[in-house]
Design a protein around this ligand. Structure first.
Ligand SMILES: O=C(O)C(=O)C[C@]1(C(=O)O)C=C[C@@H](O)C=C1
Length: 378
């Protein structure tokens, strides 16, 4: 075997060039396979349409090309098969982008997100769908829902919970009256930056951010900018947009926002909790098939009587099903009545889960399945 000093830069680079051309050929071979997959899916879809008249074909068409359960399986498989030296997550990110590019050849996906450009929700959309997705900014969470409901975008991405600040109640409320399904989840480690326009570090008179970002970095701001006005705006992307055009204004926002608005980071990682993470949900119009590592979310309205919540949760305990969340929101139909958002491991098509859902719907006023979807793979 050649010792380290026998290996020269020139021959290593020739090796890299040779490997690159193999990767390149394989990438295009894979892309051609995905194009074939698209033809097969289209053919199967048309055949099914001939037999099933009366189904909502525009909605079914949506899931024709994008297959969240398959993408999750591919990502899990490459992570499990990875032997290094690249980290499991690094390999998964590369495959995320490869699948994104292949899917764009089959059908470019349009994904609505809580904008404007540069928000953490946009970063979550890109993390989930890859860079080949067409991301469409919306001004409110409700607008993201209606953009997907009306079919103007294939999917939507909305924030649902932050590890420091808790639930995004607006998103939970939007689900109660929507027919949309949860098709996926994204977890994003939220690193907050203090951003200013180039050369604008000297005279900061106010700091703009979404109220959640102000709350998540409150201790850092108290220690470093105790006497500077803090202004809550509609999003961190909006804060960055303001900071780019108004002298004296700094913003708390993402790396993506810094790039988008040409801002520089005065400080990075200013969040008070070192593992500050936000969870987002992907919403669409169709149910997702089982991937093997799934979660299910439901919203239920229990009878107002003693032990109702206990009875509701008992079947999960009896079947040893792991509950991952339970939240309460006012029902908005009657004072002092509540709905429960319950999230658990498993897919609604699993017979055991189907039996639990059946049991729950028999003992509740309302039980709505918001969707079964693959657990976040990245
Ligand atoms: O397997 C499929 O159904 C494909 O379309 C291929 C592929 C991929 O690139 O692996 C692309 C898009 C889908 O969302 C899932 C996977």
């Amino acid at each position: 075997m050649a010792s380290d000093k026998d290996i020269d830069l020139g021959s290593l680079r020739r090796d890299i060039d040779r490997i690159d051309s193999q990767i390149h050929q394989l990438l295009n071979e894979r892309a051609r396979c995905a194009q074939q997959v698209a033809i097969v899916k289209q053919r199967e879809f048309e055949a099914a349409q001939q037999f099933e008249s009366g189904t909502d074909s525009s909605s079914a068409q949506q899931l024709l090309f994008y297959r969240p359960e398959r993408e999750a399986q591919v990502l899990e498989r490459v992570k499990a098969a990875n032997t290094g030296p690249l980290a499991d997550d690094t390999v998964a990110y590369i495959f995320r982008e490869i699948m994104s590019a292949c899917l764009a050849l089959e059908k470019p996906m349009e994904v609505a997100y809580l904008g404007p450009e540069g928000t953490y929700t946009q970063a979550a959309a890109i993390k989930h769908f890859g860079h080949a997705v067409i991301s469409v900014p919306m001004t409110t969470i409700d607008a993201v829902f209606s953009q997907v409901e009306s079919g103007q975008c294939h999917y939507g991405v909305v924030p649902v919970e932050n590890s420091t600040e808790g639930m995004v109640s607006h998103t939970l409320d939007a689900f109660v009256n929507s027919s949309l399904k949860i098709c996926g989840e994204v977890e994003l480690r939220v690193r907050l930056n203090l951003l200013v326009a180039q050369g604008g570090e000297a005279d900061i008179t106010r700091i703009c951010a979404h109220q959640q970002a102000l709350a998540q970095s409150r201790l850092w701001l108290d220690a470093n900018f105790p006497n500077i006005e803090r202004v809550a705006v509609s999003s961190n992307g909006e804060a960055a947009r303001i900071a780019a055009k108004e002298a004296g204004t700094a913003a708390i926002a993402s790396d993506l926002a810094a790039q988008k608005y040409g801002l520089m980071a005065l400080a990075s990682g200013i969040e008070d909790q070192p593992d500050n993470t936000t969870r987002f949900l992907v919403i669409g119009r169709e149910n997702v098939s089982a991937s093997g590592k799934d979660k299910t979310s439901i919203v239920v309205s229990a009878h107002n009587r003693p032990g109702a919540l206990f009875k509701l949760l008992e079947p999960f305990q009896q079947s040893n099903i792991m509950l991952t969340r339970i939240d309460t929101r006012p029902s908005r139909t009657e004072t002092w009545t509540y709905v429960f958002f319950i999230e658990f491991e498993g897919h609604q098509d699993d017979p055991e889960i189907a039996a639990i859902l059946d049991n729950i719907s028999q003992q509740t006023v309302m039980c709505k399945i918001l969707g079964s979807y693959p657990k976040a793979a990245l």
